[in-house]
Design a protein around this ligand. Sequence first.
Ligand code: IYR
Length: 226
Amino acid sequence: MSVKDDHIALTGYDRRSEIEMQARAQAVLDTLLTRRSIRDFSDEPVPRDLIETCIRAAGTAPSGANHQPWHFVAISNSETKRQIRMAAEAEEAEFYGGRASEEWLDALAPLGTDASKPFLETAPWLIAVFAQRRGGETPGQDKKNYYVTESVGLATGMLITALHSAGLGTLTHTPAPMGFLTEICGRPKSEKPFVLMVVGYPAIDCTIPKHALIKKDLPEITTFME
Ligand code: IYR
């Protein structure tokens, strides 16, 4: 096998028996099956260390040319959360008050959502995820980034997985448009707000919509071509 000069041998890969692989995959599935988006958060604090570890997990995601085109702004500051809530609720008021199509509002009806977003202040942490159009594999570079949306989506999925696996509740929140996050979080215009993760413990009286339990079964989401 020819190894390029700038390559090194793969380390850290453990080949496992098929029985062990099946058990491990099942364990991941069992964990993920208990994940629910929640909108009723406790105000109980969550240690910053835990948030740091979950963001590190997100930062391991694969990305176009390994440019890692993401930036996470983790907010626990009450005044900043208040500003975000005010700005988000202003956008949502327009959305629910006429901007959204009937079809969209019909699709949201089972969730019971409206323009009121108290969880943006109640939850101990908000994590604003930004997508960088330009960057590079090391900090300070200004190269074109590739597959930015795909890469940041993958990192966000890993972030949610880490937060949920740790035992935290999350909401993937996308107030539209999210431009206000750029200013409030002090990020450059070249970065696009991607998603606002709401993170904390579920409130004691937290409820979820019944329809959140409906997940498409394997045959509906899979085609095998063997
Ligand atoms: N951003 C709005 C509307 C909304 C849109 C989708 I698609 C959702 O899955 C949930 C909500 C809001 O947060 O209320």
